[in-house]
Design a protein. Sequence first.
Length: 193
Amino acid sequence: MKRLAALIGALVLVLAGCSSTDTPTDTDVPAATGAQAQFLDAHGLAGMEVEEIIDHLDRLGGADRPTDLMASIRPDELVFSDGQQELAVAMPQDRFYLSVAPYVDQTHECFYHSLTTCQGELTDQDLDVRVVNNDGEVLLEEEMTTFDNGFVGLWLPRDVQGTIEVNVDGLTGATNFATTDEGATCLTTLQLT
């Protein structure tokens, strides 16, 4: 009973816009129920896991993006706001979502990726992406296509640091990254030359 009361109290704090300094764990975060489920349903996200919500929203661009919802990725949670309520959904403990917007001429400063407002320069562009950690281990190497928002989404292991390299049409670029609790979830400093 105490656990249920603590879970309900934590959910009320999150919905009220308050936050705790404690990092939620899988056992501390209940499945979407009650107010959380109603909030997600009101924004067309009901029944989706956090990974599905991120993939869905990050692929949207232009007029397809919701204008009544802000969704921001933090290392440990996905934070929503619709101007009336805030809601936080826990991120996977073993993976880190990093949104990368390579650019040639234009970029913007960003630290926490906004799924509903961030816009990169290169939309619908095929890229060769290679991610290597500081130990030299290749974490990812594949061809990807930027979303309508100019970003590619990378699910990487937590607590690693390394380099992201991108090649496109004879242009190349690289930059460092870190998937730590203090790491950025939005990377807009990778210039292609």
